[in-house]
Design a protein around this ligand. Structure first.
Ligand code: ADP
Length: 267
């Protein structure tokens, strides 16, 4: 059969035997409140490679939280396809979705979301308890993770006895303890003073490089976004490459893809 050769598409992800970590095509999400409909995601098409560190910026109300909720399998969507680590998530049962969330995804939030009356150790234990791992195995993993994040001396502190930067480190430990493949970070430095924010950014860059962790981070901070491999903007529910790349849904909807390199300033 005759084949037609096309010039390589610079916006497409590199050809690879392994599937992208995240692959969305034409994802549309509409909120309905009474008679009012809000299109929060308007045909998002995006490919994120394994090991990539992606930053997403956008004004308030542009769809950042909705994007992370859909990517994190916390919220459904009406149209399009979303393949997470090779598995099409459309139509999966709630039970399967929560298992995928627990095994493949880690979350960190602007407000840390630690449980105030559990100490550091028990907060980090929460996702492992959901997995039903035996306690000796859980203890070993928690200790390893706390050691890596410099939190061993704090393991019996309550969140209220820690600084904001320390609390975010605990939240990162909780996100990493289950060895996820994709870390979703919603304004992780938004509640921190500038020195702590920089430390948390250094830590995320180190985790990306040393553990090969794929990270998608929403941020308002241009300096921190510049440390990711790739920066996209979101506006009115549409992803836009500020370098003037393809807007998803146009020109055949080629995915906004990127190859991981080294996160600037990491290591
Ligand atoms: P951002 O995180 O960028 O501030 P969001 O994803 O929270 O934006 O919101 C995108 C749009 O969807 C906004 O217009 C917002 O008002 C709307 N929206 C978000 N959540 C809901 C909801 N639960 N019900 C109705 N509209 C919502």
């Amino acid at each position: 059969m005759a084949t037609t050769s096309h010039p390589p598409d610079p916006s497409a992800p590199p050809a690879s035997a392994t599937p992208a970590m995240l692959d969305m095509r034409g994802v549309r999400k509409v909120y309905r409140a009474g008679l009012v409909e809000t299109e929060a995601l308007s045909g998002v098409t995006l490919s994120v490679s394994r090991g990539e560190f992606l930053a997403i910026m956008g004004p308030s109300g542009s769809g950042k939280t909705t994007f992370l909720s859909v990517a994190g399998l916390l919220d459904d969507f009406q149209e399009g396809e979303y393949v997470l680590d090779g598995e099409n998530v459309r139509g999966l049962s709630d039970q399967r979705l929560s298992r995928l969330r627990n095994q493949k995804l880690g979350f960190i939030f602007q407000s840390f979301n630690l449980i105030p009356d559990l100490d550091v150790f028990d907060n980090v234990d929460v996702p492992l308890r959901y997995r039903g791992l035996p306690s000796a195995q859980r203890d070993r993993r928690i200790e390893e993770t706390l050691a890596k994040l410099g939190l061993v001396a704090r393991m019996r502190h309550l969140p209220g006895q820690l600084s904001g930067g320390q609390q975010q480190r605990v939240a990162i430990a909780r996100a990493l303890v289950g060895r996820p493949q994709l870390l979703l970070a919603d304004e992780p430095t938004g509640n921190l003073d500038s020195a702590s924010a920089r430390q948390i950014m250094d830590l995320l860059a180190r985790i990306n490089v040393e553990e090969g962790m794929t990270i998608i981070m929403v941020t308002h901070d241009h300096e921190f976004a510049a440390r990711a491999h790739r920066k996209l903007h979101i506006l009115d529910g549409k992803l836009i490459d500020p370098r003037g790349g393809v807007r998803p849904g146009e020109a055949g909807g080629a995915p906004l893809g990127g190859a991981p390199g080294r996160a600037a300033g990491a290591g």
